[in-house]
Design a protein around this ligand. Structure first.
Ligand code: X2X
Length: 345
């Protein structure tokens, strides 16, 4: 089923259709014996394939939530962009058509500019810096900004991972290798600006169309974390993987504020507890996969290289990229970022 007809199908048949329309045909939502009588039926959508740790852990959370609420809450999962593109789903969670969405700060930044700040190139050196920032004052600042647009962000950010550049044409060793490279980036002004500053030719494509953009050679490259490159089978349409770690990205677990407020406090507590616990497990899954997936991706034909990132940083500095974004995000947000990283601008 193509994307459009699948969406129309889902819209007319609702959550039940997950059993037949889910990628790979798997029945994702745990249909507990309570589900029929659930008082709170909550739709949670995401863009990741079924096998991604996000869906594995969300499924566990849904089961735990159902159990602890004695069947009063049924968290129905719509994975794999079944509800539409990233930008569509963001509109849907705002309107209340869906109750929960996990979405990247890159996509969120059209609505909440500062949510894009984790995408400043070569900011985070490692996961220690990332989680200190996102579980600390930077995350708090972003969650507060998110709360101003009618959305509630759960406390724990989910992991997408450190992003690497893949290409069907050539490995990226130096900034010169990026020159004119047609690279798919998420729909995010910051991502586009970053790759433009590095000399590439970025095109914004929503995630649900990224694979076909590569397959049809609309683009020759993309950038994502290894977990996603593997679970989304990008290795089928990309040959080289250059370990640039240029951006760390994560997912905000968002609730529509009205849907959230409809839940009594004790039900909110159950949802938050299990969703945040799932986030912590999902982080561990992604970190473990990140450490092992190179071997698997090599056996699937990918060729790896690890460039020195100093020349890439230097190009960005020279282009005034960091100064520009410092101005854009403001000194307060910027200093919260730099509190956890090295000085950037
Ligand atoms: O669209 C992507 O590449 C993704 C899923 O990694 C995000 O940044 C939201």
């Amino acid at each position: 089923m193509n994307q459009l007809s699948r969406r129309a199908f889902l819209q007319s048949f609702g959550a039940v259709s997950i059993a037949v329309a889910g990628a790979g045909g798997a029945l994702l939502t745990p249909r507990s014996s309570f589900a029929q009588s659930a008082q709170y039926k909550l739709k949670y959508a995401n863009n990741m394939p079924l096998s991604h740790p996000m869906n594995v852990r969300a499924k566990e959370a849904a089961a735990a939530i159902s159990k602890e609420s004695n069947g009063r809450i049924d968290l129905q999962i719509f994975p794999n962009s079944q509800m539409g593109s990233d930008t569509d789903m963001l509109s849907q969670v705002r309107s209340g058509a869906i109750d929960f969405l996990t979405e990247g700060g890159d996509i969120m930044s059209s609505l909440v500019p500062v949510a894009g700040i984790n995408g400043v190139g070569f900011a985070f050196n490692d996961y220690n810096e990332v989680w200190a920032a996102m579980d600390g004052d930077l995350g708090k600042y972003i969650r507060n900004a998110i709360s101003k647009v009618g959305l509630v962000a759960m406390d724990k950010t989910w992991d997408n991972g450190f992003r690497q550049v893949t290409s069907s044409l050539r490995p990226i060793n130096t900034p010169a290798d990026l020159k004119g490279l047609k690279i798919r980036v998420p729909v995010s002004p910051l991502w586009t600006a970053l790759f433009k500053a590095l000399g590439a030719a970025p095109t914004s494509v929503n995630f649900n169309e990224a694979y076909s953009a590569m397959q049809t050679k609309v683009v020759d490259a993309e950038e994502n974390a290894l977990t996603l490159i593997e679970t989304s089978r990008f290795y089928e349409v990309q040959k080289y993987c250059s370990l640039t770690n240029h951006i760390w990205s994560g997912f905000w677990f968002l609730a529509n504020e009205r849907s959230w407020d409809k839940l009594p406090p004790e039900m909110q507590a159950i949802v938050a507890k299990h969703v945040n616990a799932a986030a912590m497990n999902q982080r561990a899954d992604v970190a473990a996969l990140d450490a092992t997936l190179q071997t698997k991706l090599k056996s699937q034909g990918m060729v790896f290289n690890k460039p020195d990132v100093a020349p890439f940083r230097a190009v960005l500095q020279k282009a005034g990229f960091y100064q520009q974004y410092r101005k854009q995000y403001g000194d307060e947000a910027w200093s919260l970022l730099e509190k956890y990283t090295h000085p950037l601008a």
